[in-house]
Design a protein around this ligand. Structure first.
Ligand code: KIV
Length: 268
């Protein structure tokens, strides 16, 4: 059991805001651990790995086997935060039996503590079933990247009153179905705030403004490891991409000019 639990996370609601982050490998998980127990109550092995780890332009190609692999890499090292694993595209849409079995795989084979499912009302029966079986579930509403084909890209959702009202209704449904938390992605600040105010469970925002209970950012985005354009909501809290390039170039130069390895770095 990890130190943070869904109950402990829920108790943060209204007490303090919290940061969460994505993570896909053991080295990164060790860095998160080094930040101390209070820094990150929850870590997500997101299907965003399809983009930042695999180089795809969406999370759609990510398979269950790939998710289990990355969850296991993180699970071996993570001791304190809740390890939340994404249910990838196609792993829960065929029917609820298959969705149930795949959630169990992420827990049993991957070592996850909870699963995240994208979608509102249509996911309620599966969420109820998982929660009844003792699997903590995180909902995900708004810009749901697995629906990028239907949405015509990665677009902010809930801009008009009708769709905002619908998303707020669905947020209540997810809470009633037993979700211990939910992600609100790519929604106007007013809707992110309304979700956090309306629900008793913590709402974790990404591109949902400053008034949600928590925030989540993708590892590569927040550390500045991505070289391309990033979404408006991303703040680069570091510039590790530049630092990595400088180190790589220094290494290449040192090999080229014969200063690496030195004798002290060689065996007698
Ligand atoms: O896959 C992911 O990383 C996510 C977060 C961006 C919320 O779903």
């Amino acid at each position: 059991m990890r130190a943070w639990t869904p109950l402990r996370l829920r108790a943060l609601k209204g007490v303090r805001k919290f940061a969460t982050v994505t993570c896909y490998d053991a080295t990164s998980a060790a860095l998160i651990e080094a930040c101390g127990e209070e820094a990150f109550p929850l870590v997500l092995v997101g299907d965003s790995l399809g983009m930042v780890m695999q180089g795809n332009d969406s999370p759609l190609p990510v398979t269950m086997d790939e998710m289990v692999y990355h969850v296991r890499c993180v699970a071996r090292v993570l001791r304190h935060p809740i390890l939340l694993a994404d249910m990838p595209f196609g792993s829960y849409q065929v029917n609820d039996d298959e969705g149930f079995r795949n959630a169990v795989r992420l827990i049993q084979e991957g070592g996850a503590d909870a699963v995240k499912i994208e979608g509102g009302e249509r996911c309620v029966p599966l969420i109820r079933r998982l929660v009844q079986a003792g699997i903590p579930v995180c909902g995900h509403l708004g810009l749901t990247p697995q629906s990028c084909l239907a949405m015509g890209g990665f677009k902010v959702q809930g801009r008009d009153e009708r769709s905002a009202t619908r998303l707020l209704d669905e947020a209540r449904m997810l809470q009633d179905a037993g979700c211990f938390t939910m992600v609100a992605e790519g929604v106007p600040t007013s809707l992110g705030a309304a979700m956090a105010k309306t629900l008793d469970i913590p709402v974790i925002g990404i591109g949902a403004g400053p008034e949600t209970d928590g925030q989540i950012l993708v590892w590569q985005d927040l550390l500045g490891l991505n070289t391309g354009r990033v979404a408006k909501f991303v703040r680069r809290f570091g510039n590790l991409g530049e630092a990595a390039c400088a180190a790589l170039t220094a290494y290449a130069d040192a090999v080229a000019d014969g200063t690496y390895p030195a004798l002290t770095e060689s065996y007698s």
